[in-house]
Design a protein around this ligand. Sequence first.
Ligand code: SF4
Length: 621
Amino acid sequence: MMKILLTTPPLTQLNTPYPATAYLTGFLSRKGIDVVQSDLGIELINRMFCESFIETIFAVPTQKLSANARKIYANHLAYAETIDVAMNFLRGADSSLATRICNTDFLPRAGRFDQLADMEWAFGTMGFTDQARHLVTLYIEDLTDYIREAFSPHFSLNRYAEHLSLYAPCFTQLEKELKQPLNIVDELMLNIFDETIKSNSPSLVGFSIPFPGNLYGALRCGQFLKANYPHIKIVWGGGYVSTELRQLSDARVFDYVDYITLDDGEPSILKLISFLENKITENELHKTLFKDASANVKMAGMQSTYHIPFDETAWPSYKGLPLDKYLSMTEVANPMHKLWSDGRWNKLTLAHGCYWAKCAFCDTSLPYISEYEPLTASAIADRMEDVIKQTGCSGFHFVDEAAPPKILRELSLEIIHRRLAVSWWTNIRFEKAFTKDLCALMAKAGCIAVSGGIEVASDRLLLLMNKGVTVEQATLSATGFTESGIMVHAYLMYGFPTQTVPETIDALETIRQMFEQGLIQSAFWHRYAMTIHSPSGKEPSLFGARCLYSQVNSFANNEIPFTDGRETDFDSLGDGLRKATYNYMHGLGFDWSLQKWFEKKMPKPGISPNYIRNLLIKNGW
Ligand code: SF4
């Protein structure tokens, strides 16, 4: 019988496990398959940020360090003395340290603390523990800067070598990097991985690669397995490979992996196990790429209709994950924003896919969006009760792309009926189904926060991109949530085809007013990217754009360069948008002219300074 090890290669978020291996482990173990899981990323971080590793790096002679790195080195004894207690604090194992961290110069400080003077006012709204978490986060980031500068240019706290995998049309650069000698972080990662292999003796290792920042780790581990354990088969799956590697044709990648599975992992891995046990032929594999006997990349089962109901797959098992090693960090002094890095949220999904699946910028042609399949409220509540028992944690992050309001209503009633004392947050669309009553019901059932797209915050562009939401509707939904005590985060976007500078300035003014009215607590601007799986990437002309080229790359395929025939300088606009919004998130700068956030001359807003207020009055708020 096969033994399977599922692992998340470095690095993703550090506060809670990425859920893919937990879902797959739950599914396979219920099928009676021998499966174990590990989180190589969190193990690596815990082994890096400890006294012995810190002493090791400071004992290595380095040359030509920057002034900041020299400052860190000058304090190397203080770092080595404090790192274990600081990490214990982030792991939640010793909260008694908070006061000392806040009130004394207990932690050494370098470049990351330079921003602190500007932020000290923000600590007034946060408790001691949050303040201390923020200070320890800066201290860890200082050490991270040192490691990156002195030893591993690829290393950052929640992604590893991401820059090598972002926009990687061909494999050559990655392969070149993989031929370089191991750096100190690679060595530690592979030592931990080797221990995991030795203690589990798997015959198949599955790497979940959700983001570009996990690819390099998977490749290095694959290289290690091929050199040291050539009998072990390797399979990749996850969001990054399912999105970007669908058209892979470069067989060199298969020096590091044997099989690449696309879309939902469950049907693919079941078929792969059957194939490796000689029960089916390779042609019967499900949505799987591999290198055939002629050394060409072959795709099998791309049209396969094999389907496993979501109800059967969506029940995670956390067995084997080191739940006491995750770190609660606070990067930004904002209570909504910190949810992403602070707290060991259990991740669950209410439905497979998106019930809307129409937004022009979204990968709506991929099954993880297009194939909608909800769970019942009672099935979700059953899973919540089971996961609380497994993890001892009552907080949930429902990681749906857009949680359906109907399910949220039924789930809220079910949670209240079962008297579950839980807290939860999720992504939503700001749509009219989120009435005052539904928001109040969700709050009563433990909802503490929602995030959703207001995107370009312009009615013309929201219509063009088929968001199905207007600025007025988003304002009313956000009001319903905040009036019920639910925090709101807005995903914002700039650079959509045909978007003008005045529209972008009006969008910022709209967001400024929403912050000022207390309707949103946090927001982030993303630059629009035209992707091959989105409606705008499939038919750019419908959106006023034209592709600059459309060749198929041999490695990753995702973003398409395009033009809308305008010369809008969205780079400098983006800097100003982010600067303004960062300040609004901290309650600052509402009375500043928008021009102050931009280096270039900008038009004045074309909307009334009371635009949002008037919408609220008009709708009886
Ligand atoms: S952007 Fe969100 S709401 Fe729109 S289709 Fe994608 S997942 Fe659904």
